[in-house]
Write a protein that binds this ligand. Structure first.
Ligand SMILES: *Cc1c(COP(=O)(O)O)cnc(C)c1O
Length: 341
């Protein structure tokens, strides 16, 4: 199977399994797990924040951040394609009573003007505009990277209105590798930021949330309350530390493979994609011209050993990661050509 379904499907490498097997462990809830503590310290340092907290998933990183930042009736601004609005079971509203207002904009991004135009009068009729949330890279935006200047502009607009700034960094390191901007520089304007260990970094489980000491202390209360406080979690944290040490630079290979895939797809009649828009490891392509719907195209390719995901209408998503190599990209392209011929 050539798995272009998602970068979440990676299996731990033999070396990562060794790191897992050798992990020192203790009671995480009492801060006695050395491997969890080491991971948290490392992520806080990489992101340039005072403290960090290991959590089971990225979804919980988002959920807890919004619980700390918002009271019921408060409003969060984010792009209409953003993960918390579309893929987290209505979490921010269901758990925290927050109102999400979706912003428009190309490729998962919006501007400082969009933020300024969305701020509400703080009268008793309106929800209180409280948080602005950015996704780096933007998943549904096609793995697009917010340029640092745009981030600074948007955050400056947020500051004018004393909004809290949150960064969903599920694929932050893809943006770091693609742009050469450091994770700390991207994270600097934000009050809260998290990274996913189980996306392109290739660890089996986990996310790490970072911010001020005060923010993380509050986040800990919610982690405990939600049942996210673990015990000998060093077993999984060790995989995260290994991934940060060994799997960041290699994301460049995933980006090359995504580009190669897009270039190949662009040459297949009936498929539309602009390879010039591919910045990281995500490729959305339009199959309208093939006469198939996205769902039928993906179902047929699945039978032929290539899996895709996130089909909306005639768009199909492919994601590259450490379990797909260059030869498999070429093989996938051959399978698609064979099918369409
Ligand atoms: C995957 C993802 C999440 C959620 O992370 P999980 O670890 O799957 O819970 C949040 N935001 C974005 C942009 C994602 O891609």
């Amino acid at each position: 199977m050539i798995d272009l379904f998602s970068d979440t499907t990676t299996r731990p490498t033999p070396e990562m399994r060794k790191a897992i097997a050798g992990a020192e462990v203790g009671d995480e809830q009492r801060m006695l797990d050395p491997s969890v503590n080491a991971l948290q310290d490392k992520v806080a340092e990489i992101l340039g924040k005072e403290a960090a907290l290991f959590l089971p998933t990225g979804t919980m990183c988002n959920a807890i951040s919004f619980l700390v930042h918002c009271r019921p009736g408060d409003e969060i601004l984010m792009h209409w394609t953003a993960h918390p609005l579309n893929h987290e079971g209505g979490g921010p509203s269901a758990l925290g009573g927050a109102v999400i207002t979706p912003l428009q904009g190309d490729r998962g991004m919006f501007t400082a003007a969009d933020v300024r135009n969305s701020i509400r009068y703080h009268d008793r009729y309106s929800p209180r505009t409280k948080v602005v949330s950015i996704e780096q890279t933007s998943n549904a935006g096609g793995g697009s990277c917010w340029p640092l200047d745009l981030i600074k502009d948007v955050c400056a607009a947020a500051d004018e209105h004393e909004l809290i700034k949150h960064l969903d960094g599920a694929r932050l390191f893809n943006a770091v590798v693609a742009t050469g901007t450091s994770a700390a520089d991207f994270a600097a304007p934000f009050d809260s930021v998290w990274i996913d260990l189980s996306k392109g970094l290739g660890a089996p489980v986990g996310g790490v949330l970072a911010g001020s000491e005060e923010f993380i202390a509050e986040a800990w209360r919610h982690k405990q309350r939600m049942g996210g406080a673990m015990r000998q979690a060093g077993i999984i944290a060790a995989a995260g530390t290994y991934a940060l040490d060994h799997h960041i630079d290699r994301l460049a290979e995933d980006h090359d493979n995504a580009k190669r895939l897009a270039e190949g797809l662009a040459g297949i009649s009936g498929i539309e994609v602009d390879p010039g828009t591919i910045e990281t490891n995500i490729v959305f392509f339009d199959v309208t011209g093939t006469g198939y719907t996205g769902a039928d195209f993906a179902a047929e390719m699945e039978k032929r050993g290539v899996s895709f995901s996130d089909i909306t209408g005639n768009f199909v998503r492919a994601v590259t990661h450490l379990d797909v190599n260059r030869a498999q990209i070429d093989e996938a392209l051959t399978e698609i050509r064979t099918f369409l011929n």
